[in-house]
Design a protein around this ligand. Structure first.
Ligand SMILES: Nc1nc2c(ncn2[C@@H]2O[C@H](COP(=O)(O)OP(=O)(O)OP(=O)(O)O)[C@@H](O)[C@H]2O)c(=O)[nH]1
Ligand SMILES: [Mg+2]
Length: 345
């Protein structure tokens, strides 16, 4: 998973590690002189001039068996890192944040000579990516357990991203955890959509509420909630038709579905392979109906990984699950620590 991003991150840690290790040769300077050079007290103009001169030395400062990483040691690699992050579909603002975090973590820090530089650099990167991904962490299972029944969840997104498949996977997951589930066949728009979800419901032994094709999706969702209330069902999963975020009519219909049914969670579903487009769409859907989180599908395909890193940070809403294949069990609960470990293992 995310092979290309992994490769680029590995390239960065190795290149910084090699650069710094090369430069850890002792300098004939006192600690005071070094401290003065690292944090000059002069005006910004003088400071700039001095740090340029300092950069030209291209040498890490070494004393008492310790060295200090200077900005000049890693500026080329930081630039390469930023390019690699952007090429991996990480949004520009997020790439800049990661680069700035890594720089702040490393520059002017003292390290023992002989320390494993690559692992120091890797730790700085891990820490930053972990922080970016930990925006509003949310435990789906705890939410379902704690919430009044029925918990109503609506799934939204553009065409073909995996909403219906994800609903089936979640229905299976909830059933496996002992929860009762009803699915609302809220995609009355696309030919074959009701039959598609009916097959999943039958395979999984889950109740489906459906109307005729072309019917009002808000009415289907309403009926599913009434059914759940009458039968003490734990969770209602509402499918919706795929729609482009730019289609004003379909977006107002989505707003109506959400207004009428007041979902407990609105989940945006998109493909990890869509990269920055998915992040942009999440932002736009979020403007029409406030999303509570995202699910990224098709992470088993050749995705660069950037969307997963950007989407939570940009929307300020957590990633709940990742789709990792086409089978009912191919759903991975999202955990930032697990994600970061995946990137660096
Ligand atoms: N490889 C892979 N394929 C997936 C994943 N999730 C969904 N798919 C496939 O993506 C295709 C579209 O999935 P659907 O669930 O029909 O997508 P949708 O968003 O409901 O599509 P519309 O209803 O047309 O908007 C199907 O072939 C799914 O099997 C995933 O995590 N990995
Ligand atoms: Mg669908």
């Amino acid at each position: 998973m995310f092979g290309k991003l992994k490769e680029k991150l590995r390239g960065f840690t190795k290149s910084v590690g090699d650069q710094i290790e090369e430069k850890t040769t002792p300098l004939d300077k006192s600690e005071d002189e070094i401290t003065e050079e690292i944090s000059p007290q002069e005006s910004p103009a003088q400071e700039n001039k001095k740090s340029l001169g300092f950069a030209q030395k291209a040498k890490a400062l070494v004393f008492e068996r310790e060295f200090i990483i200077t900005e000049s040691d890693i500026e080329d690699s930081l630039w390469e890192l930023e390019m690699a992050l952007i090429e991996s579909d990480i949004a520009l603002s997020v790439s800049e944040k990661i680069v700035s975090d890594v720089k702040n973590e490393l520059v002017a820090s003292r390290r023992k000579i002989g320390s494993n530089i690559t692992s120091i650099v890797e730790d700085a990167l891990k820490k930053s990516i972990y922080e970016v991904m930990s925006a509003n962490v949310f435990d789906f299972d705890e939410f379902i357990d704690a919430h009044d029944k029925p918990v109503h969840i609506v799934f939204i997104g553009i065409n073909g991203t995996g909403k219906t498949t994800t609903i089936s996977k979640l229905a299976k997951r909830l059933k496996d955890k002992g929860k009762s589930v009803v699915i609302a066949a809220g995609d009355t728009f696309r030919a074959g959509a009701i039959d598609q979800i009916a097959i999943h419901a039958e395979n999984l032994g889950v109740k489906l509420i459906k109307h005729q094709p072309g019917g009002d999706p808000a009415a289907v969702v309403y009926d599913a909630i009434q059914y759940a209330k009458a039968h003490n069902t734990d969770v209602v999963l509402s499918d919706t038709a795929g729609r482009m975020h730019t289609n004003v009519n379909l977006m107002s219909q989505l707003e109506k579905i959400c207004r009428v049914s007041s979902p407990d969670l609105i989940v945006f579903v998109d493909e990890a392979v869509a990269g920055n487009d998915a992040v942009e769409r999440a932002k736009q859907f979020n403007e029409t109906v406030p999303i509570d989180g995202s699910i990224l599908t098709k992470t088993d395909a050749d995705s660069k990984g950037g969307a997963a890193i950007s989407i939570a940070y940009i929307t300020g809403k957590p990633i709940l699950f990742l789709g990792i294949g086409q089978g009912y069990d191919d759903l991975q609960k999202f955990d930032p620590k697990w994600f970061v470990d995946q990137l660096f293992n």
